[in-house]
Design a protein around this ligand. Structure first.
Ligand SMILES: *Cc1c(COP(=O)(O)O)cnc(C)c1O
Length: 370
């Protein structure tokens, strides 16, 4: 089976604009020799993103992780932060590197976002914020989370790295909570090579974010905060501007591929797909498939695909509370749903230019196992 697929298939492939478009963007940089520190492209890109993401307030960063670290610092949080172990390392690291204590809540078994029902019982007198993740582009139960946050006076900072351009009930998701972090890493739906942004609610936060990403410098002779270097450079911004022109087309192509997977895999015994949420305009960032009681388990399917040189990803595995660096402090048995899903889930290859026949071939391999 699948002899036709000679070339390896990776789980993703970075979106690139036509080369000439990017080269054209570089010429002014050679003229001005202004390469970083909030140049013209930085400003243009920021304005375009505000429009695209439908948010009045946004700050750019060198990457998504630095954005998240700095927004947590800007909010001057203390104590405990409720979050999910079913995420990328960045979410938890950003909390810990701010001297805050992550408190892991379990996820729901349907879309793998924070189980809002389980949140409240983990709140203590020291809790100051919630950092939920819109996993795979599935929007969290934002109404319930906001109600809990309001009741207990907690900040809500969404890790929206997976949800670039998504809309909930026809509205951009960047305005949810107190802030949302977007990542423009090369592997995401939309990239600026590396890059990130914070969309935020409180106007006063903007100035602080700007200062913190530039070493806490307030003026030529005044440094008032222990900031970092989180600035997005002009080459990143130029790539972002180019890719933004094409992102809607890219998402449309992702959708066709995701739908093709669904045609083959939905309704199969032992295979579970995330439900489509009619309230959400999806960006089709990932194609997660959960193997629960299927003929073969997740690891066997992973190996079988790899034998055909198709490289799916165990994403997220392991859970953050099972990482070597956190194992002494946390126990993944406290979040049994997350622990279980992390052992059952596989994200299948998905990107705009993935041939539809390859999708058919991948499904054929999965459905052909005995
Ligand atoms: C990619 C990602 C990040 C980090 O973004 P970078 O731009 O790579 O620093 C954080 N959280 C999640 C869920 C991600 O997928």
């Amino acid at each position: 089976m699948n002899e036709k697929m000679q070339t390896p298939v990776a789980v993703t492939r970075s979106s690139l604009p036509p080369l000439e478009e990017y080269v054209e963007m570089l010429k002014p940089l050679w003229e001005s020799a202004w390469l970083t520190n909030m140049g013209d492209y930085h400003e243009t890109f920021k304005q375009q993103l505000k429009e695209y993401l439908e948010t009045p307030r946004l700050e750019l960063f060198v990457n998504g992780h630095m954005a998240l670290e700095l927004v947590l610092q800007a909010m001057e949080l203390e104590g405990e932060v409720l979050t999910t172990p079913f995420t990328f390392a960045s979410t938890t690291h950003a909390i810990v590197r701010n001297g805050l204590e992550p408190v892991f809540c379990d996820i729901n078994p349907v879309d793998y976002t924070l189980d809002a029902e389980a949140l409240e019982e983990r709140i203590t007198g020291r809790t100051t914020a919630i950092v939920p993740v819109h996993v795979y582009g599935n929007i969290c139960d934002v109404e319930k989370i906001q109600a809990i946050a309001d009741r207990h006076h907690l900040k809500v900072i969404y890790d929206a790295a997976h949800t670039f351009g998504e809309r909930l009930d026809g509205k951009g998701i960047a305005q949810l909570g107190d802030a949302s972090m977007f990542s423009f890493h090369a592997t995401k739906v939309f990239n600026s090579i590396e890059g990130g942004a914070i969309s935020y609610r409180d106007e006063r936060l903007g100035k602080r974010l700007y200062q913190l990403k530039n070493f806490g410098i307030m003026g030529s002779e005044s440094v008032e905060y222990v900031g970092a270097n989180g600035k997005m450079n002009e080459f990143q911004a130029a790539m972002g501007i180019c890719n933004l022109r094409h992102v809607d087309k890219e998402i449309q192509k992702r959708k066709e591929r995701a739908m093709r997977y669904r045609e083959h895999l939905s309704g199969v015994d032992g295979i579970r797909l995330c439900p489509e949420n009619p309230r959400v305009r999806s960006n089709y960032a990932y194609m997660p498939v959960v193997f629960d009681g299927y003929r073969r388990d997740r690891d066997e399917i992973f190996e079988e695909l790899a034998r055909h040189r198709i490289y799916a990803r165990k994403y997220f595995y392991p859970c953050v509370n099972h990482y070597a660096c956190y194992r002494d402090r946390f126990d993944e048995r406290e979040t049994p749903v997350a622990a279980k899903i992390s052992r059952q889930v596989l994200t299948l290859p998905l990107y705009a230019d993935l041939p539809l026949e390859t999708v058919d071939g991948i499904c054929e391999i999965i459905l052909g196992v005995s």
